[in-house]
Design a protein around this ligand. Structure first.
Ligand SMILES: Nc1ncnc2c1ncn2[C@@H]1O[C@H](COP(=O)(O)OP(=O)(O)OP(=O)(O)O)[C@@H](O)[C@H]1O
Ligand SMILES: [Mg+2]
Length: 253
């Protein structure tokens, strides 16, 4: 039995009031994530994907429900403990790479370990391992301005995974990449997942990106409407995702 990492129950979130009504974005979401999962949450623009991910990664507070990460309810957890949880248990990748410009790629990837006081030999070894996993071995001495968008995003992914977090959250990680760089990033994430190094929850509007996951959840009207589990190869899974998107009223891109 795989270890349950994340249990989401009746999660709700709204923003202010519009026309006298509270504007609810997340309307009762339930999900479980087990170690080794690679889940994509898909939904059209404005469906609440980023809102959901911000709640799960503790960047924002929900209105109701519970988020149990590794047996701790994040909603009942104080700020000091939350920052420890963010540091030790959660990795993030955003649409824009968020590497620090004045540090080499190597130092960027090493940063979370350096901040945690990990010994330099251990840091070097772990950075090297991550760089190999993301195909960055020969770029470690470069600065972000010397890297392509795809290399930067693979660097951001390596940095997010170097601490071996319980879970990696990714918000449209291929959003700023061309198709080749997207494929390389997704292959790297898939390899990290296949090799047991990463449990991934990614949100995306893109069926191609989602087809690299093992499960796809569809978010619409603030709720998870349905779920596909991948049983076939990636291309067939991609077609299935597109078909489901159409049947849910989405456009085939
Ligand atoms: N801080 C905020 N204050 C008010 N409304 C917000 C706030 N953040 C998000 N919203 C609203 O919540 C809804 C969902 O936004 P969200 O960013 O989660 O969508 P998304 O699914 O990530 O879309 P996209 O694919 O365009 O990134 C939108 O209608 C948005 O305007
Ligand atoms: Mg978004």
């Amino acid at each position: 039995m795989e270890k349950k990492i994340l249990e989401i129950r009746n999660l709700t979130k709204g923003f202010g009031r519009r026309g006298g009504y509270e504007y609810r974005v997340i309307k009762g979401i339930n999900m479980d994530v087990y170690s080794g999962d690679f889940i994509a949450v898909m939904g059209p623009s404005g469906a609440g994907k980023t809102t959901l991910l911000n709640l799960l990664s503790t960047l924002d507070k929900p209105d109701g429900g519970s988020i149990i990460l590794d047996r701790e309810d994040l909603i009942k957890t104080g700020n000091k403990r939350l920052s420890e949880i963010r540091r030790d248990k959660i990795g993030f990748i955003f649409q824009e790479y968020n590497l620090l410009d004045n540090m080499s790629l190597e130092d960027n990837i090493a940063l979370p370990l350096a901040l945690n006081g990990v010994k330099s030999r251990e840091v070097e070894m772990r950075v090297r391992k991550m760089a190999d996993m993301f195909g960055l071995g020969e770029h470690l001495k470069k600065y972000p301005y010397q890297l392509s968008g795809g290399q930067k995003q693979r660097g951001a992914s390596a940095r997010a995974l170097v601490t071996e977090p319980e879970i990696l959250f990714a918000d449209e990680p291929t959003g700023a990449l061309d198709s080749r760089s997207s494929r390389e990033l997704l292959m790297s994430l898939k390899n990290a997942n296949d090799s047991g190094k990463a449990t991934i929850l990614m949100v995306t509007h893109d069926a191609y990106a989602a087809s690299y996951a093992k499960q796809v959840y569809f978010l619409a009207d603030g709720q998870i409407q349905c779920r596909l589990v991948r049983k076939e190869d990636r291309k067939e899974f991609y077609e299935k995702i597109l078909d489901l998107q159409i049947s849910m009223g989405g456009e085939r891109e």
